[in-house]
Ligand binder design. Structure first.
Ligand code: GLA
Length: 385
């Protein structure tokens, strides 16, 4: 893919790129909506990625082109504004640029950028975070910005929060940056630490994309964010020492649940119990106890379905079909929810044949629609190609 991208860059812009970078999509393994609540989350970088080719220009113009989009975007360093409609995609690199400027990292010249991707957009695999990470790495490379990997993650997340306008946590950008083949990335979102946890041998991941995207997904995500912040505000009245939901133990929450409005209580239970599930998953993985890990994945989905209400019938159908299958340890929605994809953790005996049967069963229930399935291998985090 690199050579094709270099060739296309040369055809488009009449010269070779100065940097080609690659950042992977990610699976949210477990830790649903725990990140912006100061909790723990486990994710894996996958072998699908966004690739960006960039070269500096002699003037202050910016020219952005995507192989997946119809509209190019042309602007200049001094007049970067948020894009809408068919040019929305350009907000990811432009947001990163603005985020770097806030850190005092100012490009002296403009640039040309060409992007390509094989991460399914809208499947909850974070193609947008991958684009941000690949852009941040490309800019740091062509402008010689001194950036640690932590700083790349922060710049990319701020782009999403402040420029794109999604109040997401750090999960997507961190996993895309710190991913490692055959490992999960463990993020402690309060301490802001990133470590890797080896995956036991024989673990396989399958992605079942419902192709459903709730049209209010961004505002539903923002509503859940607000509900969690409201839960913290209310619990703090009795437990002033807490700063975030992850500071509350399941036992403490039980004791104070009656102080919360019903809906806020459900959201808080999801986050507090999910954080505990991440801890239990880490312990089970260390023992190689994949059955227990699978049970925790299913419990996470059930909690999304009943407490956080960020699932949908199509996601539930996939999980229900998968949990009846041999060689499936567990399955759950991956990412923000309200549509998108289900991730299944399986043994090696679960192959394309079984995955296609599950997809066919799903299709039979939903007017023969054609869900996308694929075997996701774990991969490394963002790098210069
Ligand atoms: C999206 C967000 C993440 C995280 C997940 C839910 O992927 O971008 O920050 O909140 O949803 O866990």
């Amino acid at each position: 893919m690199k050579n094709d991208l270099v060739k296309l860059f040369e055809e488009t812009f009449g010269r070779l790129p100065q940097a080609v970078t690659c950042a992977p999509g990610r699976i949210e393994f477990i830790g649903n909506h725990t990140d912006y609540n100061g909790g723990l989350v486990l994710g894996a970088a996958i072998d699908r990625s966004v690739k960006v080719a960039v070269a500096r220009r002699e003037d202050d113009r910016i020219h952005l082109k995507s192989l997946m989009e119809t509209q190019d975007v042309q602007t200049s360093l001094s007049s970067v504004i948020r894009q809408t409609g068919a040019r929305f995609w350009a907000n990811y690199p432009l947001g990163v640029l603005e985020s770097l400027k806030q850190d005092g990292l100012l490009p002296d010249k403009g640039f040309d950028l060409l992007v390509t991707s094989d991460v399914h957009p809208g499947a909850g695999l974070s193609s947008s975070a991958a684009f941000e990470l690949a852009s941040a790495l490309a800019f740091s490379s062509i402008y010689n910005f001194p950036m640690t990997r932590e700083r790349l993650v922060m710049a990319a997340r701020r782009a999403e929060n402040e420029f794109v306008g999604v109040p997401c946590g750090i999960l997507d950008q961190a996993v895309s940056c710190f991913g490692k083949e055959d490992h999960l990335v463990l993020i402690d979102c309060k301490q802001i630490t990133f470590t890797t946890v080896p995956l036991p041998k024989g673990v396989n991941f399958w992605i079942f994309n419902t192709n459903v995207k709730h049209n209010l997904v961004t505002s539903l995500y923002a509503t859940r964010h607000q509900e969690c912040m409201e839960a913290v505000r209310l619990i703090k009245q009795s437990l002033p020492e807490i700063d975030c939901l992850a500071d509350v133990t399941p036992k403490q929450l039980k004791a104070h649940l009656h102080e919360l409005p019903k809906k806020i209580g459900l959201r808080a239970r999801h986050v507090v119990e999910e954080n505990q599930r991440v801890k239990d998953t880490i312990a089970a993985l260390a023992k190689g106890d994949l059955r227990t890990v699978g049970t925790l994945l299913l419990a996470s989905h059930e909690s999304s379905r009943k407490l956080f209400e960020n699932s949908c019938p199509e996601l539930d159908t996939f999980v229900d079909l998968l949990k009846k299958r041999a060689h499936v340890f567990g399955a759950r929605l991956t990412g923000g929810g309200f549509g998108g994809a289900v991730m299944a953790m399986t043994g090696p005996e679960f192959t394309e044949v079984q995955a296609s049967e599950v997809a066919a069963d799903f299709a039979a229930r939903y007017n023969n629609c054609c869900p996308a399935i694929f075997h996701a291998k774990t991969g490394d985090g963002a790098h210069v190609v």
